[in-house]
Ligand binder design. Structure first.
Ligand code: FES
Length: 172
């Protein structure tokens, strides 16, 4: 099914493209706006962006798949990204991830059954001295322990209403 942009996204796209000497240079601005609005960037949305920028769809896909902060699939309401790079891994990053998963009874890269979260691994989040760390949405949480992860999960459960969603395909 073809992607239908919202009037706001359409207006933004028409405004941002002329700011650049070449249309293609607006690609990341449009990808950010689209993901902020829709939550992820589907293949249909990538085709729509490609058409706006006179690009082949594969050129848009190359950008989306290169940067880990772009998503091609829906996620839960809260996005938990646990660092698995060396310093954090040595300090318990994998156990932290397991704790998040078990608190929400979910697998990696999936939407939890209550719709509240998606738990993923991330590469170095530039806070190696305070590992293990995790990003919850845009907030960095440092020096995580089993207890502090439990407290964060309790907070998410209290703040975020459950809304089970149909299972989304797992992604790498
Ligand atoms: S290794 Fe985890 S923040 Fe750098």
């Amino acid at each position: 099914m073809a992607f239908e942009p919202s009037p706001q996204l359409l207006e933004y796209t028409e405004k941002v493209i002329p700011r650049y000497p070449q249309k293609r240079s607006a690609i990341m601005m449009i990808l950010h706006a689209l993901q902020r609005e829709v939550g992820y960037i589907s293949l249909e949305a990538q085709e729509w962006i490609a058409a706006q920028l006179d690009l082949a769809p594969i050129k848009v896909r190359e950008v989306v798949t290169f940067y880990p902060f772009y998503r091609e699939h829906p996620i839960g309401k809260r996005h938990i990204r646990v660092c698995r790079t060396l310093s954090c891994a040595l300090n318990g990053g994998y156990q932290v991830c397991e704790k998040f998963k078990s608190e929400f009874i979910t697998g990696l890269n999936e939407i939890s059954p209550d719709g509240r979260v998606t738990v993923e691994f991330a590469e170095c989040l530039a806070s190696c001295g305070t590992g293990p760390v995790a990003l919850i949405d845009d907030d960095l949480h440092e020096n995580l322990t089993e207890e502090s992860v439990k407290a964060l999960c309790d907070q998410i459960k209290a703040e975020t209403p459950a809304a089970p969603v149909p299972a989304a395909p797992a992604h790498a």
